[in-house]
Design a protein around this ligand. Sequence first.
Ligand SMILES: Nc1ncnc2c1ncn2[C@@H]1O[C@H](COP(=O)(O)OP(=O)(O)O)[C@@H](O)[C@H]1O
Ligand SMILES: [Mg+2]
Length: 280
Amino acid sequence: MSKIPLTGTAGPGKTATSAEKGPEFSFQKVSRKFRSGDGEFTALESVDLDIESGSFVCFIGPSGCGKTTLLNMSAGLLAPSEGAVYFRGKRLNGVNTGVGFITQHDNLLPWRTLEKNVGIALEIEKVPRKERRQRVAEVIELVGLKGFAQRYPSQLSGGMQKRASLARGLVYNPSTLLMDEPFGALDAQLRFTMQKELLRIWERDRKTIIFVTHDLDEALLLADKVVVFGTRPGRVVHVEDVPLERPRDLAELRLSPVYGELWERLWKLLDHSSPAKETS
Ligand SMILES: Nc1ncnc2c1ncn2[C@@H]1O[C@H](COP(=O)(O)OP(=O)(O)O)[C@@H](O)[C@H]1O
Ligand SMILES: [Mg+2]
Protein backbone atom coordinates (compact mmCIF):
# COMPACT_ATOMS: atom_id res chain seq x y z
CA MET A 1 0.00 0.00 0.00
CA SER A 2 1.06 3.59 -0.34
CA LYS A 3 2.65 5.25 2.64
CA ILE A 4 0.22 7.24 4.78
CA PRO A 5 1.39 10.86 4.72
CA LEU A 6 2.79 11.87 8.08
CA THR A 7 1.85 15.24 9.45
CA GLY A 8 5.12 17.01 9.97
CA THR A 9 6.13 15.38 13.24
CA ALA A 10 9.67 14.26 13.94
CA GLY A 11 10.24 10.52 13.51
CA PRO A 12 12.66 8.62 15.72
CA GLY A 13 15.43 9.01 13.19
CA LYS A 14 15.07 12.78 13.11
CA THR A 15 16.08 15.36 15.67
CA ALA A 16 13.18 16.84 17.62
CA THR A 17 13.39 20.55 18.37
CA SER A 18 12.09 21.95 21.65
CA ALA A 19 9.01 23.23 19.83
CA GLU A 20 8.41 19.81 18.36
CA LYS A 21 8.51 16.92 20.79
CA GLY A 22 8.06 14.24 18.17
CA PRO A 23 5.24 11.75 18.00
CA GLU A 24 4.03 9.76 20.97
CA PHE A 25 3.83 6.68 18.77
CA SER A 26 5.46 6.01 15.47
CA PHE A 27 4.50 2.84 13.62
CA GLN A 28 7.00 2.08 10.90
CA LYS A 29 6.12 -0.57 8.33
CA VAL A 30 4.43 -2.59 11.06
CA SER A 31 3.08 -5.96 9.97
CA ARG A 32 1.79 -8.84 12.03
CA LYS A 33 1.21 -12.38 10.91
CA PHE A 34 -0.57 -15.15 12.83
CA ARG A 35 -0.75 -18.87 12.35
CA SER A 36 -4.17 -20.32 11.70
CA GLY A 37 -5.32 -23.89 10.95
CA ASP A 38 -4.23 -23.80 7.32
CA GLY A 39 -1.04 -21.76 7.56
CA GLU A 40 0.02 -18.22 8.20
CA PHE A 41 -2.10 -15.15 7.48
CA THR A 42 -1.43 -11.43 7.64
CA ALA A 43 -3.60 -9.75 10.27
CA LEU A 44 -2.02 -6.34 9.71
CA GLU A 45 0.05 -5.18 6.78
CA SER A 46 2.70 -2.46 6.66
CA VAL A 47 1.24 0.25 8.90
CA ASP A 48 3.06 3.59 8.66
CA LEU A 49 1.51 6.05 11.07
CA ASP A 50 2.47 8.72 13.61
CA ILE A 51 0.34 9.58 16.63
CA GLU A 52 1.09 13.07 17.90
CA SER A 53 1.55 13.70 21.58
CA GLY A 54 -1.62 15.07 23.19
CA SER A 55 -3.84 14.11 20.28
CA PHE A 56 -7.06 12.12 20.33
CA VAL A 57 -6.94 9.50 17.59
CA CYS A 58 -9.72 7.06 16.71
CA PHE A 59 -9.16 3.77 14.92
CA ILE A 60 -12.23 2.68 13.00
CA GLY A 61 -12.87 -0.30 10.77
CA PRO A 62 -14.76 -3.56 10.50
CA SER A 63 -14.24 -6.50 12.78
CA GLY A 64 -11.04 -8.45 12.15
CA CYS A 65 -9.04 -5.68 10.45
CA GLY A 66 -6.28 -5.60 13.07
CA LYS A 67 -7.27 -2.71 15.35
CA THR A 68 -6.81 -4.68 18.57
CA THR A 69 -3.63 -6.20 17.17
CA LEU A 70 -2.17 -2.71 16.67
CA LEU A 71 -3.21 -1.65 20.19
CA ASN A 72 -1.62 -4.79 21.62
CA MET A 73 1.60 -3.87 19.83
CA SER A 74 1.32 -0.29 21.19
CA ALA A 75 1.03 -1.72 24.69
CA GLY A 76 4.08 -3.87 23.98
CA LEU A 77 2.10 -7.06 24.59
CA LEU A 78 2.68 -8.31 21.07
CA ALA A 79 5.72 -7.85 18.83
CA PRO A 80 5.43 -6.91 15.15
CA SER A 81 6.39 -9.63 12.65
CA GLU A 82 8.02 -6.89 10.59
CA GLY A 83 8.71 -3.22 11.20
CA ALA A 84 8.87 -1.39 14.51
CA VAL A 85 6.76 0.54 17.01
CA TYR A 86 8.37 3.59 18.63
CA PHE A 87 6.98 5.11 21.83
CA ARG A 88 8.28 8.60 22.65
CA GLY A 89 11.19 8.01 20.31
CA LYS A 90 12.23 4.64 21.72
CA ARG A 91 11.70 1.37 19.99
CA LEU A 92 9.35 -0.87 22.00
CA ASN A 93 10.63 -4.31 22.77
CA GLY A 94 8.64 -5.28 25.85
CA VAL A 95 5.63 -4.22 27.89
CA ASN A 96 4.95 -0.50 27.51
CA THR A 97 4.62 0.74 31.08
CA GLY A 98 3.97 4.30 29.90
CA VAL A 99 0.37 3.61 28.84
CA GLY A 100 -2.96 2.73 30.40
CA PHE A 101 -4.68 0.00 28.39
CA ILE A 102 -8.43 -0.49 28.58
CA THR A 103 -8.87 -3.78 26.77
CA GLN A 104 -11.85 -4.94 24.76
CA HIS A 105 -12.48 -7.73 27.26
CA ASP A 106 -12.78 -6.89 30.91
CA ASN A 107 -10.19 -9.12 32.58
CA LEU A 108 -11.55 -8.30 36.03
CA LEU A 109 -10.19 -10.56 38.74
CA PRO A 110 -13.19 -12.57 40.00
CA TRP A 111 -11.89 -12.90 43.57
CA ARG A 112 -11.52 -9.14 44.05
CA THR A 113 -14.31 -6.70 44.77
CA LEU A 114 -14.97 -3.85 42.37
CA GLU A 115 -13.07 -1.50 44.67
CA LYS A 116 -10.06 -3.83 44.80
CA ASN A 117 -10.11 -4.45 41.06
CA VAL A 118 -10.14 -0.74 40.33
CA GLY A 119 -7.36 -0.01 42.83
CA ILE A 120 -4.96 -2.70 41.66
CA ALA A 121 -2.54 -0.38 39.82
CA LEU A 122 -2.41 1.97 42.80
CA GLU A 123 -1.55 -0.97 45.07
CA ILE A 124 1.28 -1.95 42.73
CA GLU A 125 2.47 1.68 42.75
CA LYS A 126 2.30 1.61 46.58
CA VAL A 127 0.01 4.65 46.76
CA PRO A 128 -0.91 5.18 50.44
CA ARG A 129 -4.15 3.51 51.49
CA LYS A 130 -6.08 6.70 52.24
CA GLU A 131 -5.25 8.34 48.91
CA ARG A 132 -5.92 5.08 47.13
CA ARG A 133 -9.39 4.76 48.62
CA GLN A 134 -10.21 8.33 47.72
CA ARG A 135 -9.06 8.04 44.11
CA VAL A 136 -10.84 4.71 43.69
CA ALA A 137 -14.07 6.15 45.12
CA GLU A 138 -13.86 9.16 42.77
CA VAL A 139 -13.36 7.10 39.66
CA ILE A 140 -16.06 4.59 40.65
CA GLU A 141 -18.47 7.48 40.97
CA LEU A 142 -17.28 8.88 37.65
CA VAL A 143 -18.29 5.72 35.80
CA GLY A 144 -21.64 5.56 37.58
CA LEU A 145 -20.91 2.64 39.90
CA LYS A 146 -21.24 4.39 43.25
CA GLY A 147 -22.75 1.97 45.76
CA PHE A 148 -21.30 -1.14 44.07
CA ALA A 149 -17.74 -0.94 45.40
CA GLN A 150 -18.03 -4.08 47.51
CA ARG A 151 -19.57 -6.25 44.78
CA TYR A 152 -17.62 -8.99 43.03
CA PRO A 153 -17.48 -9.04 39.20
CA SER A 154 -19.98 -11.93 39.04
CA GLN A 155 -22.47 -9.70 40.88
CA LEU A 156 -22.22 -6.97 38.25
CA SER A 157 -23.99 -6.83 34.88
CA GLY A 158 -21.96 -6.91 31.63
CA GLY A 159 -22.24 -3.14 31.21
CA MET A 160 -21.16 -2.59 34.81
CA GLN A 161 -18.12 -4.83 34.32
CA LYS A 162 -17.21 -2.74 31.28
CA ARG A 163 -17.46 0.42 33.35
CA ALA A 164 -15.37 -1.19 36.08
CA SER A 165 -12.55 -1.93 33.65
CA LEU A 166 -12.78 1.64 32.41
CA ALA A 167 -12.45 2.91 35.99
CA ARG A 168 -9.44 0.66 36.49
CA GLY A 169 -7.76 2.16 33.42
CA LEU A 170 -8.47 5.75 34.49
CA VAL A 171 -7.60 5.49 38.17
CA TYR A 172 -3.87 6.03 37.92
CA ASN A 173 -4.24 8.84 35.43
CA PRO A 174 -1.80 7.66 32.75
CA SER A 175 -0.76 10.34 30.26
CA THR A 176 -1.35 7.95 27.37
CA LEU A 177 -4.49 5.86 27.10
CA LEU A 178 -5.19 2.97 24.76
CA MET A 179 -8.92 2.24 24.70
CA ASP A 180 -10.38 -0.71 22.81
CA GLU A 181 -14.08 -0.15 22.12
CA PRO A 182 -14.58 0.98 25.71
CA PHE A 183 -18.16 2.23 25.33
CA GLY A 184 -19.46 -0.42 22.94
CA ALA A 185 -21.49 -2.31 25.54
CA LEU A 186 -22.99 0.72 27.27
CA ASP A 187 -26.53 1.98 26.83
CA ALA A 188 -26.94 5.21 24.87
CA GLN A 189 -27.35 7.46 27.90
CA LEU A 190 -24.30 6.18 29.75
CA ARG A 191 -22.27 6.17 26.55
CA PHE A 192 -23.09 9.85 26.09
CA THR A 193 -22.06 10.61 29.69
CA MET A 194 -18.81 8.68 29.34
CA GLN A 195 -17.92 10.35 26.02
CA LYS A 196 -18.43 13.75 27.61
CA GLU A 197 -16.42 12.78 30.66
CA LEU A 198 -13.56 11.38 28.59
CA LEU A 199 -13.42 14.58 26.51
CA ARG A 200 -13.40 16.63 29.71
CA ILE A 201 -10.47 14.58 31.07
CA TRP A 202 -8.62 14.80 27.74
CA GLU A 203 -9.15 18.56 27.44
CA ARG A 204 -7.98 19.08 31.02
CA ASP A 205 -4.89 16.82 30.92
CA ARG A 206 -4.10 16.69 27.17
CA LYS A 207 -3.51 12.98 27.28
CA THR A 208 -2.66 11.11 24.14
CA ILE A 209 -5.60 8.80 23.47
CA ILE A 210 -5.93 6.02 20.92
CA PHE A 211 -9.55 4.97 20.93
CA VAL A 212 -10.95 2.07 18.91
CA THR A 213 -14.57 2.29 17.87
CA HIS A 214 -17.03 0.83 15.36
CA ASP A 215 -19.10 3.97 15.44
CA LEU A 216 -18.35 6.78 12.99
CA ASP A 217 -20.38 9.35 14.96
CA GLU A 218 -18.37 8.49 18.06
CA ALA A 219 -15.10 8.82 16.13
CA LEU A 220 -16.01 12.23 14.73
CA LEU A 221 -17.26 13.46 18.10
CA LEU A 222 -14.02 12.53 19.84
CA ALA A 223 -11.08 12.56 17.45
CA ASP A 224 -8.51 14.98 16.09
CA LYS A 225 -7.63 12.30 13.61
CA VAL A 226 -9.54 9.25 12.36
CA VAL A 227 -7.58 6.27 11.08
CA VAL A 228 -9.67 4.04 8.83
CA PHE A 229 -8.71 0.36 8.68
CA GLY A 230 -9.61 -2.05 5.91
CA THR A 231 -9.59 -5.82 5.65
CA ARG A 232 -8.06 -8.61 3.60
CA PRO A 233 -5.41 -8.02 4.78
CA GLY A 234 -5.92 -5.69 7.75
CA ARG A 235 -4.31 -2.35 6.94
CA VAL A 236 -4.67 1.40 7.25
CA VAL A 237 -6.56 2.68 4.23
CA HIS A 238 -6.98 6.33 5.13
CA VAL A 239 -6.10 8.97 7.73
CA GLU A 240 -8.39 11.97 8.11
CA ASP A 241 -7.87 15.08 10.21
CA VAL A 242 -11.08 16.21 11.89
CA PRO A 243 -11.23 20.01 11.74
CA LEU A 244 -14.43 20.36 13.80
CA GLU A 245 -14.30 22.96 16.55
CA ARG A 246 -14.33 21.95 20.19
CA PRO A 247 -16.16 21.63 22.48
CA ARG A 248 -18.27 19.37 20.32
CA ASP A 249 -21.87 18.39 20.75
CA LEU A 250 -23.17 15.51 18.66
CA ALA A 251 -26.65 17.02 18.20
CA GLU A 252 -25.11 20.26 16.88
CA LEU A 253 -22.45 18.46 14.84
CA ARG A 254 -25.11 16.54 12.97
CA LEU A 255 -26.51 19.80 11.66
CA SER A 256 -23.13 21.01 10.38
CA PRO A 257 -22.41 20.61 6.64
CA VAL A 258 -18.69 20.01 7.35
CA TYR A 259 -19.65 17.12 9.61
CA GLY A 260 -22.07 15.70 7.03
CA GLU A 261 -19.45 15.84 4.30
CA LEU A 262 -16.79 14.22 6.50
CA TRP A 263 -19.18 11.54 7.68
CA GLU A 264 -20.21 10.63 4.16
CA ARG A 265 -16.65 10.47 2.86
CA LEU A 266 -15.44 8.25 5.69
CA TRP A 267 -18.55 6.06 5.54
CA LYS A 268 -17.77 5.28 1.91
CA LEU A 269 -14.21 4.30 2.85
CA LEU A 270 -15.42 1.86 5.49
CA ASP A 271 -15.70 -1.75 4.41
CA HIS A 272 -19.31 -2.75 5.08
CA SER A 273 -18.95 -6.35 3.97
CA SER A 274 -19.09 -9.26 6.41
CA PRO A 275 -16.24 -9.66 8.94
CA ALA A 276 -12.92 -10.86 7.54
CA LYS A 277 -12.08 -14.52 7.94
CA GLU A 278 -8.84 -15.53 9.58
CA THR A 279 -7.60 -16.92 6.31
CA SER A 280 -8.12 -13.64 4.45
N1 LIG B 1 -3.33 -14.22 18.91
C1 LIG B 1 -3.88 -14.46 17.73
N2 LIG B 1 -3.70 -15.63 17.09
C2 LIG B 1 -4.25 -15.86 15.87
N3 LIG B 1 -5.01 -14.97 15.22
C3 LIG B 1 -5.25 -13.78 15.83
C4 LIG B 1 -4.70 -13.46 17.11
N4 LIG B 1 -5.09 -12.19 17.43
C5 LIG B 1 -5.85 -11.75 16.41
N5 LIG B 1 -5.95 -12.70 15.45
C6 LIG B 1 -6.66 -12.56 14.17
O1 LIG B 1 -6.15 -11.40 13.53
C7 LIG B 1 -7.18 -10.70 12.87
C8 LIG B 1 -7.26 -9.29 13.42
O2 LIG B 1 -7.76 -9.37 14.75
P1 LIG B 1 -8.04 -8.11 15.65
O3 LIG B 1 -6.81 -7.29 15.73
O4 LIG B 1 -8.59 -8.62 16.94
O5 LIG B 1 -9.16 -7.34 14.82
P2 LIG B 1 -10.14 -6.15 15.25
O6 LIG B 1 -9.76 -5.68 16.61
O7 LIG B 1 -9.99 -5.11 14.19
O8 LIG B 1 -11.53 -6.74 15.23
C9 LIG B 1 -8.45 -11.52 13.07
O9 LIG B 1 -8.63 -12.35 11.95
C10 LIG B 1 -8.15 -12.31 14.32
O10 LIG B 1 -8.87 -13.52 14.37
MG1 LIG C 1 -10.85 -5.65 18.38
